[in-house]
Design a protein around this ligand. Sequence first.
Ligand code: FAD
Length: 392
Amino acid sequence: MVPDPSDFLAVDAELTAEERDIRDAVRDYAAAELAPRIAEWYESNTLPRDIAKGLGSLGLLGMHLEGYGCAGTNATSYGLACRELEAVDSGLRSFVSVQGSLAMFAIHRWGTEEHKQTWLPRMATGEALGCFGLTEADAGSDPGSMRTRARRDGDDWVLDGSKMWITNGTLADVAVVWAQTDPDAGSSGIRGFVVPTDSPGFTANEVKHKLSLRASLTAELVLEGVRLPADAMFPEVTGLKGPLSCLNEARYGILWGAVGAARSCYEAALSYALDREQFGKPIAGFQLTQRKLAEMVVAVNQASLTAARIGRLKDAHELHPAQVSFGKMANVHAALDVARTARTVLGGNGITLEYPVFRHMTNLETVLTYEGTEEMHALSIGQALTGLAAFR
Ligand code: FAD
């Protein structure tokens, strides 16, 4: 049998029936509700808040978390959902990653029972939105150098500082904010705080003029004397372990999502090449185009296999963070290569919003950088290989 051009190595044949059902439900929903509007959102640099309710009703928010109204699926199913959302746009997958893997995961993993009861059920339905504030203007790859401070005032905490590049920051009802605590407060080190965004002194300013991930809202968070009760702090986790545990979850979704973006670019190129005629025949009939199509289908399927394997490792609770780095580095790199090759196949049409390719290509420049740059993931793999840390 001739291989299916959309799944050349039949990677999805390894999925369970339940996983296939989830894949199809997300794919159908995305095709019907999100794909028709994505170019408009991208062009106008918006993402309407109301998409949250639809995503919530499908169980996609906090999908792999247990209890508190979350769907509690396995990791592979969550990965498949990320793949199908990012096949439409990286901004949509980012929305779901930040809500589920960063904000909700942080509260679920590190929050008090009260934090969980207050926020998670409403976040699972999309009624309440969250964001995750780790990066600062001067602290990106090196978050340990953050300047945002939390100091004690009586029993309260008072937060001062700012966070940069925060996805969903202007939409969020709650922000998980990481801050250095006062050494005199008996709690020195980086700690996480659950900050309702209507707290006095909290503002979110939209980052304008982005040329990438435009169907996603990005913000600067400013914290000026934000006063929080003592129990706003995650009680048990100190240091970078807290935020890194969340980032590891989100990176897992990214390595699947990149497969979706790559697949979308490759499929657009294949269909265009079969349709477009030059020199009296479809450009798909030229050897140079076939070479590009062959390289793209190889890259998409290799990325797909990588994601599937990492999904199974995660489901078996055997996944090491360096393996997540492997997947993020390999799959985002592959997706960018595929997007750039696909763009050439589309010629001049490749630079328009009429086709998904250029939009994916510019989005993937953000995906390459956020949640750990490609260089940081190379260093994490290097450390696993050699036992030597080369970060500083
Ligand atoms: P830098 O850290 O300044 O890096 C610049 C370059 O230097 C990179 O190539 C980097 O790899 C390289 N470099 C740095 N250190 C080393 C080293 N030791 N060795 C070799 N090379 C090095 N953050 C959040 O907290 N929450 C969010 O929701 C969020 N959303 C984002 C959305 C968007 C659209 C973007 C663009 C970013 C978002 N981020 C978010 C921030 C993102 O995680 C950071 O941009 C990323 O970690 C890189 O930090 P930086 O931009 O400061 O780059």
